[in-house]
Design a binder for this molecule. Structure first.
Ligand SMILES: Nc1nc2c(c(=O)[nH]1)N[C@H]1C(S)=C(S)[C@@H](COP(=O)(O)O)O[C@H]1N2
Ligand SMILES: [Mo]
Length: 328
């Protein structure tokens, strides 16, 4: 059986944030495949078996980096192998191993990031210029997915605030929106396996975006990002659930009102705009009290999830006076 089906999802672990939707989508796909016959049945997956694809991370190159004092210390780094083969990147498929297999055609050069909306002067940054804007820092952060798994990842980048200063946002800009690359030709899985409204959209309140932890990210383990991790540039927000950290950015838009965000659009009672890591607010379908650290021996994986993913000292001021249970 080449096509995954809902029963492939082990009930013992949560590996999908919208298992029900996946179920519906896959059933719809299976029906369509049955109607048109076996020749259509998972043609891309068949090709995958017959001819090995280009490794999606084949194009990575070394980056010149400096140490960052904002590095989280004392925890074992997740292996490069796990960070680059256990991914969420729904444009390239909903299963964890699909982004590594399917993202080889993401055209990461040439690449530019468009800055628009409420700024002194809209402009476009070439990726080569973005890479040179500030010294690239090695910054290791914990990464906590809303699906209750976690990693420790040595990212490479500089504070998003440094970039935002260059953009000269107007005082009327209350929020910043991040849009990911989307091209049906390159990412047919996006519409085949989900009913998400593409492109992937995320956002932050301006003061959150200016927090020093928010990282404009170009690499990991001292090298450029492999495609499956959001090449050539993404954001990383370690105090928030992973879905806030949009990958492969093409547009950064300064806006007055709270922008729409992909997972909030999909299921607003499960995924909020703020999405701060909070062990006290359960997801409607599972607890957020514990997480599973990927790559550790089975009996050492389970650990308590920390408020703001352990970054309370740096970010708690942003949410003073807010009801953290309501503003999930
Ligand atoms: N464009 C885009 N960005 C995305 C996603 C996605 O599906 N598409 N998934 C998010 C989720 S749910 C997580 S947990 C992280 C995963 O990042 P990683 O695969 O590099 O660990 O990316 C986030 N950014
Ligand atoms: Mo996630």
């Amino acid at each position: 059986m080449l096509i995954g089906k809902p029963s492939d999802i082990p009930s013992s672990e949560i590996t999908s944030k919208s298992a029900y939707r996946e179920f519906l989508n896959r059933r719809r796909f299976l029906k369509a495949a049955a109607i048109t016959g076996a020749s259509m049945l998972g043609a891309d997956r068949l090709a995958e078996v017959l001819e090995p694809r280009t490794r999606a991370d084949a194009a990575v190159t070394k980056l010149k980096t400096v140490y960052s004092p904002l590095t989280t210390t004392g925890e074992q780094l997740t292996s490069y192998q796990d960070i680059t083969t256990y991914n969420n990147f729904y444009e390239f498929g909903v299963d964890k191993d699909q982004p590594a297999k399917n993202s080889g055609a993401l055209p990461t050069r040439p690449w530019s990031v468009k800055v628009e909306g409420l700024v002194a002067k809209p402009r476009t940054f070439d990726i080569e210029d973005l890479l040179k804007l500030r010294p690239l820092e090695d910054r290791t952060y914990r990464h906590r997915c809303v699906e209750a798994w976690s990693m420790v990842i040595p990212w490479v980048g500089y504070s998003l605030s440094e970039f935002i200063k260059q953009c000269q946002p107007l005082s009327s800009a209350n929020y910043v929106q991040f849009l990911s690359y989307y091209n049906h030709g390159v990412e047919p899985w996006a519409t085949r396996e989900t009913d998400i409204r593409w492109p992937y959209s995320e956002g932050l309140r301006m003061d959150e975006a200016m927090n020093e932890l928010a990282l404009l990210t170009f690499g990991l383990y001292g090298e450029t990002l492999p495609n499956q991790d959001g090449a050539p540039v993404r954001i990383v927000l370690p105090w928030k659930y992973g879905f806030k950290s949009a990958k492969s950015l093409v547009t950064i838009r300064f806006v007055k009102k709270m922008p729409h965000t992909t997972w909030n659009d999909e299921s607003s009672f499960e995924y909020g705009f703020y999405a701060n890591v909070n062990p006290n607010v359960p997801h409607p379908r599972w607890s957020q009290e514990y997480e599973r650290r990927i790559g550790l021996p089975f009996y050492e994986q389970r650990r308590k999830t920390l408020m703001f993913n352990g970054y309370t000292d740096q970010v708690a001021y942003l949410y003073k006076g807010m009801d953290l249970r309501k503003n999930f």
